[in-house]
Write a protein that binds this ligand. Structure first.
Ligand SMILES: *Cc1c(COP(=O)(O)O)cnc(C)c1O
Length: 365
């Protein structure tokens, strides 16, 4: 039989276009500053742990992994200073975002988020056939608390520090949200290592808070797909119902434990990233370009021509000039609130110097 496949697709999925991740070029000759990966390798302990798990002949791979990722959950809890039953491990933090939508949303239980924020949320909402209400930040980039509280949504996805602006909010803001929102608040902390602060401990106080994190940005392990969530055990029990029974493979579990246990290594590398972030903000100051002061490992900036012009075409021109020079950044031509801006991931000193050289060249074209 030959059937009409399109007519067989579920109603949520039929309306979805697949999420477009940042470009992942095949060759390594790019200066890759487009998807906010950590610019340094992971702790050497990670490789040791993976090699030990594989052993001489890989025999351990024959067996299913621990279904709860128990040791990784312990390492997550220890790292964030909460007790063990508050920690959950997932196949990247995108996995938890997906689980949270599946667990807490349907046609009448909707999602609210801020605009701009992580562009995966609308895709996940559509797949679940739930409505996503996107509320713009106030003009001064503060949070419109009232509008969020009055949205009637069941879950609020709050990226902190925000992506793609990099703006970070502190503990009082998170408490104010969690105390007043009549639903689940998911704080997506993919970038919290660069803010030097996490809301993780607050999950012991508030049963409507989920804090998610990832080894992809702050631990140099985007290639391993290790994410986590911290929340009240009753919330985690719900996520456990929804997840794959073996959602993290053996290598990811041991890699995650090794990374989370090596704070000394990461503290040192983190300082280098923060120093480059500071340097690049001074560079944009020197050019008189606008940018959001960043609490993350990227900066969203608005380029200007020599005669002071900003615009969609100006951003496009710099983006393409850099691309020609094998320097890859991310820009968002289809998002009206930020289409004059470009997002630069913070790389090594060498990578940042290449960016500065090519940008100076563009200014003087
Ligand atoms: C990168 C990113 C994620 C995804 O992290 P993974 O663990 O790699 O899936 C989630 N949220 C935000 C805001 C991100 O920028």
């Amino acid at each position: 039989m030959k059937i009409d496949i399109a007519s067989k697709i579920s109603s949520g999925v039929s309306r979805v276009k697949a999420y477009t991740p940042g470009e992942q070029p095949d060759t390594s000759d790019w200066v890759k500053l487009n998807t906010n990966e950590f610019p340094f390798p992971p702790s050497p302990k990670v490789k040791e742990a993976i090699m030990a798990e594989i052993g001489d002949d890989g025999a351990s791979l024959r067996l299913y992994p621990n279904p709860e990722s128990s040791k990784l959950r312990e390492a997550i809890a220890k790292h964030f200073g909460v007790s063990r039953e508050y920690a959950f491990a997932a196949n990247g933090s995108d996995d938890i975002l997906n689980l949270a939508i599946r667990a807490f949303c349907d046609k009448s239980k909707t999602v609210v988020t801020l605009e701009p924020s992580y562009s995966l949320y609308p895709v996940l909402a559509k797949l679940q056939d739930t409505e996503l209400l996107s509320i713009p930040f106030n003009a001064d980039m503060s949070i419109p608390f009232e509008k969020i509280n009055n949205s009637g949504a069941n879950i609020f996805f709050f990226v902190n520090p925000n992506a793609p602006t990099g703006i970070g909010f502190g503990e009082e803001v998170v408490r104010k949200i969690v105390e007043n929102f009549n639903g689940i608040v998911l704080v997506d902390e993919a970038y919290s290592p660069f803010a030097g602060w996490s809301a993780a401990k607050l999950v012991e106080e508030y049963n409507n808070l989920i804090v998610t994190g990832t080894s992809s940005k702050g631990w140099g392990l985007a290639g391993m797909r290790i994410g986590w969530g911290l929340a009240n055990p009753m919330v985690l029990e719900v996520l456990d119902r929804v997840r794959d029974s073996y959602n993290l493979d053996r290598l990811a579990q041991v890699a995650g434990v090794a990374a989370l246990n090596d704070n000394a290594y990461y503290a040192e590398k983190l300082q280098l990233v923060l120093q480059e972030r500071e340097n690049i903000e001074r560079y944009f100051d020197s050019l008189g370009w606008r940018y959001f002061k960043s609490s993350a490992n990227f900066v969203l900036f608005t380029p200007k021509t020599k005669d002071g012009k900003e615009g969609v075409d100006v951003a496009k021109s710099l983006f393409e000039h850099l691309r020609k020079n094998k320097i890859l950044l991310r820009y968002f031509p289809n998002e009206a609130s930020i289409n004059m801006s470009i997002r630069l991931s913070i790389g090594t000193q060498e990578q940042m110097l290449k960016f500065v050289d090519a940008t100076n060249q563009w200014i003087n074209l």
